[in-house]
Design a protein around this ligand. Structure first.
Ligand SMILES: Cc1ncc(COP(=O)(O)O)c(C=O)c1O
Length: 439
């Protein structure tokens, strides 16, 4: 198709690979098309690489850039506040203002602590749940990603759908070497979106379970909204058995609305995790929760610490981001744009005779290739045609449109209708090209 060049990125990657393990600082960055790329700058909905290529960006850097790249107000806030100091090993006023703001807009955020990333906040929530309940295990769901620490690095990959075996007692696969086998004993895992299965599991195991942790919409394996009543069912079961309900809102937070998925679905968890979009690309996350749970930290029964936590630039970035989202309320428009993109992609694929399945909600869109009208859990996700997806993503990328490699698209507050039209003009050509290749 186009003559796009990646030569300079390749040279940087070769140079980087001599000193940076496989040339990157996070595993997922290896999977860019056609290899890890090196970027020079980002502005609004565009990002630019060292070869001078411009991309219309729907990755939002894996989600954080809810306001687009280089938002002026965020940059100014970071700059101004960093000029006053970077880190005090002590408290500062903006930290309180941020906590008060989150307390005002997020239903479960009666109290909170700030961390650097989602993985750490998940870790904190599990520790709190264990401390309060006196129980050790947690229940989680196949395909849900909760960061890269040992006790959650299982059950997010599988050789095949069949290899997962029995739904009530699934086989569990390690995502990485180097995980202690004992970390597998810390959790029970089952398929998502099946309340009956959760009921059976709790009936058998509630005496061992401190928490249920879930992405309130599964965004890390396909993009699958919860079935009607599923989250409410989890809420009721947790109340019944005295178990913490933890929503991992690292993706859904500040994306499905100012109050996250808990606001959108109107189910309030005991604790929740916010990261990514809260900080517009600066390393900050929040573990927020109801007072009765966060009391574990208040009383220092649970220790949570971190030298860099809530350092000035990250708090400034988060405060500016959340204030802008609150002031501008971009959500109705982001939802409309999401719907326009989903509808447009479906129509084009149908016309081209390509078996595209588009799922998602609001500004989160997932594209996969499968002969099914719906995919509702991780097992079904295994049926997606990976080769076709790779071809699709590569085609989009070579035409200047950047989407997350697993088929996920995020819309930011900086995207406009024109950007969706631009994306659809590109995707139309790719679908036609895919049909020709398979003919
Ligand atoms: C739902 C979810 N939870 C937790 C994490 C881990 O967050 P972080 O990469 O900031 O550690 C991620 C990261 O993608 C995520 O998607």
């Amino acid at each position: 198709m186009s003559q796009i060049q990646y030569q300079k990125s390749k040279e940087w990657l070769d140079r980087a690979s001599k000193v940076l393990a496989s040339g990157v600082s996070s595993e997922f960055r290896k999977y860019n098309h056609p290899h890890a790329l090196f970027y020079t700058h980002g502005q609004g909905v565009n990002v630019y690489d060292v070869d001078g290529n411009e991309y219309l960006d729907f990755t939002l850097s894996q989600g954080p850039l809810i306001l687009g790249h280089s938002n002026r107000e965020v940059l100014d806030a970071v700059h101004t506040y960093s000029e006053q100091g970077q880190l005090f090993a002590g408290q500062h006023r903006q930290e309180v203002e941020l906590a008060e703001l989150l307390n005002e807009i997020i239903p479960s955020a009666e109290m909170m602590r700030f961390c650097l990333d989602g993985s750490e906040s998940v870790h904190t929530a599990i520790r709190v749940a264990r401390s309060k309940t006196g129980k050790t295990k947690f229940l989680r769901f196949e395909g849900h990603y909760h960061g890269w620490l040992d006790n959650v690095s299982w059950g997010i990959s599988t050789p095949s759908a069949e290899a997962l075996g029995d739904r009530l007692h699934p086989n569990v696969y390690a995502w990485s070497q180097g995980l202690p086998e004992i970390s597998k004993e810390e959790f029970i895992i089952i398929p998502w979106n099946d309340l009956e299965l959760v009921k059976k599991t709790l009936a058998e195991n509630h005496q061992d379970l401190a928490a249920i942790i879930t992405e309130p919409m599964m965004c890390n394996s396909g993009c699958i909204p919860p079935k009607e009543g599923f989250l409410e069912g989890l809420r009721n079961l947790c109340d019944q058995y005295g178990i913490a309900l933890i929503f991992d809102e690292v993706i859904t937070g500040f994306r499905l609305g100012l109050a996250g998925a808990q606001g959108y679905f109107k189910v309030t968890p005991d604790m929740s995790i916010f990261a990514k979009a809260i900080g517009s690309g600066y390393p900050i996350s929040a573990i927020v929760g109801k007072k009765e749970w966060m009391e574990e930290i208040v009383t220092a029964r649970v220790i949570h610490a971190g030298t860099m936590n809530a350092c000035n630039p990250t708090v400034a970035a988060a405060l500016a981001t959340v204030r802008i989202l609150k002031r501008d309320n971009p959500y109705p428009r982001m939802f409309e744009l999401g719907e326009k993109l989903r509808t447009g992609l479906r129509k084009q694929a149908a016309e081209a005779g390509v078996n595209l399945l588009v799922q998602g909600l609001g500004p989160v869109i997932h594209t996969g290739f499968i002969d099914q009208a719906e995919v509702s859990d991780f097992r079904e996700v295994q049926g997606y045609d990976k080769g076709k997806l790779k071809q699709f993503i590569a085609g989009l990328h070579d035409a200047g449109l950047r989407v997350i490699g697993r088929g996920l698209w995020y819309i930011s507050a900086a995207h406009t209708e024109e950007h969706i039209d631009q994306a659809l003009r590109i995707s139309e050509k790719i679908f036609q090209n895919m049909t020709q290749k398979t003919e």
